[in-house]
Design a protein around this ligand. Structure first.
Ligand code: GLC
Length: 449
């Protein structure tokens, strides 16, 4: 990863952990917010989909930036984009089988290409050989499968003629001089671009029925003239527009409105390790993660997370009271490649057996100590505690420290088979089968008193 990306990610993370602010844009009460977000906090698990003409380059969705391409050089992807295998019903079924309850699709990424039919640009799927509004098909298919539907929309736009230069724009990468900025900015007008943002957001939030999530991306460089700031987007007006058009919608925190308590509904730690997730407890958060190192389809990228790592992310997110949105980068033909399919299949297998330890769950109250090499999730309504065996205990016994008099019944979750136990002092010892069940991370369900 290059230096600038590291800096950008660091700025996103620090932004998300900024001090609680008292300024407000809306007058919604905490209880009303909790109610509006209840489906999302209960569902815990979503699918991110990064798809666009960069999928053809198949070497990162930032390819235009990484390779400093001009609009002309990038145009070939537009001219030949023809996703002949695109079948969003298959995508939706794959997401649903993996236990994902909502999805967020890139309607426009930083390259400015729109998967939807917008009146305000020609740079859209309907003008490529695809000839269709791909967003509409996604919305219909995912909704029909009972999934909640979200839109990702890039605030950046490396194609729009009014979008001004900044330190990540593809055209500023080789010549960072002010003279180059001035030359390139001639005739560009962010006021017009702000109107374009409002117009497209209006289209997305009026033409496709109820939209559950809007994922806006992103704002950076608070201290720098070469970043983009809330004022560049007209962020306050924009979020007001969003909530006016879709009062029930959830909006992420990347508009740069960190000075406001309600400048976003949830924070978005990106590609963080499981060890870091604990510090988000008490906030409303969703970690976004890739299967491999890239969001867009990347043919030759081979650092794919293992099935165990993916499960760890899901479990550890729930165990710290947050959501996981896991990304798939479909190919330019419109399919999930075999590596993504395999990963989703393994999640499906685990979720079929163990989703009860994820949905409607959060971290356990402090009185329940975390046994060695496990994570705890907890369903408040059913008073069930879930012990995730991250490593199968040696000697096949597990000590639950201080659990005496807290337990009614114990079983494996995947097959509801009884687990015998014995109290010793304040602790309870569980007697597990000698052989680890054929579940990557087995879960013990404790029915609490
Ligand atoms: C970053 C990247 C982008 C990706 C997003 C997902 O901000 O710019 O490529 O879409 O994160 O979280």
């Amino acid at each position: 990863m290059n230096k600038i990306r590291v800096l950008l990610i660091a700025s996103l993370l620090s932004g998300s952990l900024a001090q609680a602010q008292t300024k407000r844009i809306f007058s919604e009460s905490a209880a009303a917010k909790e109610q509006r977000m209840a489906w999302w906090t209960n569902d815990r698990f979503g699918m991110f989909i990064h798809w666009g003409i960069y999928s053809m380059a198949a070497r990162h969705e930032w390819v235009k930036h990484n390779e400093h391409m001009t609009n002309e050089e990038y145009q070939k992807y537009f001219n030949f984009f023809n996703p002949d295998e695109f079948d969003p019903t298959t995508w939706a079924k794959q997401a649903k089988a993996a236990g994902m309850k909502y999805a967020v699709l890139t309607t426009k990424h930083h390259d400015g290409f729109c998967l939807f039919d917008s009146k305000f640009t020609d740079y859209k799927a309907t003008n490529t050989p695809a000839h269709r509004d791909l967003v509409r098909e996604y919305v219909n298919a995912f909704r029909a499968q009972g999934l909640k539907v979200g839109f990702y929309y890039s605030l950046l736009d490396w194609h729009h003629p009014d979008y001004t230069m900044d330190d990540v724009h593809p055209l500023t990468q080789t010549d960072t001089s002010q003279a180059n900025y001035d030359k390139l900015n001639k005739g560009r007008d962010m006021r017009k671009y702000r109107q374009y943002l409002r117009d497209q957001i209006t289209e997305l939030l009026t033409n496709y029925g109820k939209i559950d999530v809007l994922w806006l991306d992103w704002t950076w460089g608070k201290e720098s003239k070469r970043g983009k700031h809330a004022e560049d987007w007209g962020a306050v007006e924009l979020i007001k527009l969003v909530k006016k058009l879709q009062p029930g919608i959830l909006v992420n925190n990347r508009l740069g409105l960190d000075d406001y308590e309600d400048g976003g509904d949830f924070v978005t730690p990106e590609q963080v390790s499981t060890a870091e997730l604990a510090k988000y407890r008490g906030k409303t958060w969703e970690t976004c993660q890739t299967f491999s190192g890239s969001w867009g389809y990347y043919r030759d990228e081979n650092t794919w997370k293992t099935d165990h790592q993916l499960l760890d992310l899901l479990i550890t997110s729930t165990a710290n009271g947050g959501n996981l949105i896991l990304n798939v980068g479909p190919t330019a033909r419109g399919e999930f490649d075999y590596r993504a399919k395999n990963a989703l299949d393994s999640l499906s297998y685990w979720m079929h057996a163990n989703s009860r330890a994820i949905y409607n769950c959060t971290y356990a109250p402090d009185e329940y100590k975390v046994p060695e090499n496990t994570r705890l999730t907890y369903n408040k309504a059913t008073r069930r505690l879930y012990v995730h065996l991250m490593e199968y205990p040696e000697g096949h016994t597990l000590v639950l420290p201080g659990y005496k008099d807290k337990i009614k019944y114990v079983q494996f979750l995947h097959d509801a088979s009884e687990i015998k136990s014995k109290s010793e002092g304040d602790d309870v010892t569980l007697f597990l089968p000698e052989r680890k069940p054929t579940i990557a991370i087995p879960v013990i369900e404790i029915i609490l008193k």
